[in-house]
Design a protein around this ligand. Structure first.
Ligand code: HEM
Ligand code: HEM
Ligand SMILES: [Fe+2]
Length: 464
């Protein structure tokens, strides 16, 4: 840790890890219900467990983004955070909001708007938290007087995420209108501004982990992020096919969303090329696994599996089935869960000086078990979804009859989710097993010598 205030990130990461664990409990519960019988039917029905599962996902990923930003901005702007106190007040408010929202869901307090179920008071707290966060980050950059392009892209993404949350505050009686604006938040988050956040972290990590030149990395970052954004805006229309809007949205949605994977190919190539050309400049190869893993898994989950059902001719059959769950899991995990775990893995050795900089066997088990588990879960949802589409929408079987016939795929889902849960459990355990010793290390202290030396070698190799 070069700046004392970066310690704030540890507490954000700790909260994120706890919520990640809880998210999986509700995922397993939701999956178990597909296999029945369900003793919790009247206490915790599927709609509640799924809502808590997805809400916890969004909250822990956002907590991770905030922590990672508080870690990265002092590093980039070379200064302490503007206000550590504000950052902790923000975290406390955020946790109270999250905990009370989940308790509320258990008692059916929610708006019923998928992924945006938070009641209005909670939504208002979220807006206040975002404002506190952005203020703190902006003031830090102003104080430091150094503003990098990587930071700029990250900040644009974070500010965009805050602004695009605002449509979710509106309440419409008309279902079509309501769904129309819901996608301004959900789609433009995951296929627009959150991609900028991922891009910002990716560039930060690649610049530090590889010997890649900052100027080159930042130039490509602009191109990729620009591409995602241009295709993503009109790509929103791939959610407008069957919701009661005019027909012209069909070709618009099909065409522009089909262009989105291009940018994701660019992102994976960008990460790979940075490493191949510039080599390793940092001992933390575990963080590198997560970084490259995120770029590649995004291409698979969002790019390939998004493309698989984005064309109206396909989506008319697959819409709202387990095919969507297949893509939702792989995309969210690759792009956002993995980039948060990359930032955590990069920062972790600094939180407890006893940790080896290059990662531990436990850390690698956590990585590979999660990867294999999530790949298996994706295949389970895919096989279940394809069979569901065929039985229900082509053969005309009733919804529940089709569900009975595809139960076998849920056995595979449980098995692979089990592997995933062990991997995630190891990651969480690895995070908490060293008590934090949050102190600033001098450049030449033993624990950082290896990292500092490697970084210097990297710096020397850079062509001016
Ligand atoms: C990291 C990026 C992405 C993430 C995290 C993501 C995640 C999701 C999630 C969670 C849903 C379900 C939303 C809901 O029903 O409320 C969804 C739906 C969808 N996604 Fe993505 N996605 C990403 C990128 C893409 C891309 C690039 C494409 C197209 C090339 C795509 C195509 C689709 C389509 C067509 C649907 C609607 C499925 C349906 O009709 O049921 N996604 N995505
Ligand atoms: C133990 C591991 C997990 C299990 C067993 C699990 C299971 C499930 C189940 C059964 C659903 C409901 C599907 C439906 O609508 O029928 C679901 C939804 C969802 N899960 Fe998970 N999940 C797990 C982990 C994760 C992780 C790690 C992520 C992301 C990083 C994730 C993201 C999602 C999303 C975005 C949805 C909503 C999909 C949609 O709208 O169609 N899940 N999960
Ligand atoms: Fe979308």
């Amino acid at each position: 840790m070069r700046y004392r205030s970066q310690a704030v990130a540890y507490w954000y990461f700790a909260v994120a890890m706890l919520l990640f664990g809880l998210q999986l409990v509700f995922g397993l519960l939701s999956a178990a219900k597909y296999l029945g019988p369900d003793p919790l039917l009247y206490i915790l029905p599927f709609d509640v467990t799924k809502m808590i599962h997805t809400n916890l996902l969004v909250v822990w990923v956002l907590t991770g983004f905030m922590g990672a930003t508080y870690w990265m901005v002092p590093d980039e702007s070379r200064t302490e955070l503007y206000s550590v106190k504000l950052a902790y007040v923000q975290l406390a408010l955020w946790v109270v909001m999250g905990v009370t929202a989940v308790i509320g869901y258990l008692f059916r307090f929610g708006t019923g708007n998928k992924l945006l179920e938070q009641p209005l008071p909670h939504k208002l707290v979220i807006v206040v938290v975002m404002l506190m966060f952005l203020w703190n980050v902006l003031m830090t950059i102003r104080k430091g007087g150094r503003f990098t392009a990587t930071e700029g892209v990250l900040l644009l993404g974070l500010a965009g995420a805050a602004v695009l949350y605002l449509p979710s505050l509106l309440d419409f009686d008309n279902y079509t209108v309501s769904i129309f604006y819901r996608w301004w938040t959900i789609h433009l988050w995951v296929e627009g501004v959150w991609e900028m956040i991922q891009g910002g972290f990716l560039a930060y990590l690649l610049i530090r982990l590889s010997g890649a030149d900052r100027e080159v990395m930042e130039k490509w970052l602009y191109v990729i992020v620009g591409l995602v954004f241009i295709a993503g805006i009109l790509g929103t229309a791939h959610h407008y096919y069957w919701v009661g809007v005019p027909h012209y949205w069909l070709p618009i949605g099909g065409l522009f969303s089909a262009l989105e994977p291009l940018a994701l190919v660019g992102m994976a190539m960008y990460a790979y090329a940075a490493l191949r050309r510039s080599g390793l400049a940092h001992p933390n190869t575990l963080a590198l696994h997560w970084t490259l893993g995120s770029a590649v898994f995004t291409l698979f989950g969002a790019g390939l599996l998004g493309l698989a059902h984005t064309w109206p001719g396909v989506n008319q059959w697959t819409h709202g089935t387990l095919v969507t769950a297949m893509h939702g899991h792989a995309a969210f995990y690759g792009a956002y869960a993995m980039i948060v775990m990359a930032m955590i893995s990069y920062a972790l050795p600094a939180f407890a000086p006893g940790r080896p900089e290059q990662g531990t066997a436990l850390g690698y088990w956590a990585f590979w078990l999660q990867l294999v588990g999530m790949f298996g879960m994706t295949l389970s949802f895919a096989t279940a979804g394809i069979a569901q589409v065929y039985l229900e929408r082509i053969m005309g079987l009733g919804y529940l009859d089709a569900q009975l016939k595809i139960q076998v795929h849920f056995l595979m889902l449980m098995a692979t989710a089990g592997l995933f849960t062990v991997g995630a459990g190891l990651f969480i355990w690895d995070f908490f097993r060293h008590a934090p010793r949050l102190q600033v290390l001098a450049e030449d202290e033993p624990a950082t010598t290896a990292a500092a030396a490697a970084a210097r070698v990297g710096a020397q190799r850079r062509p001016a």
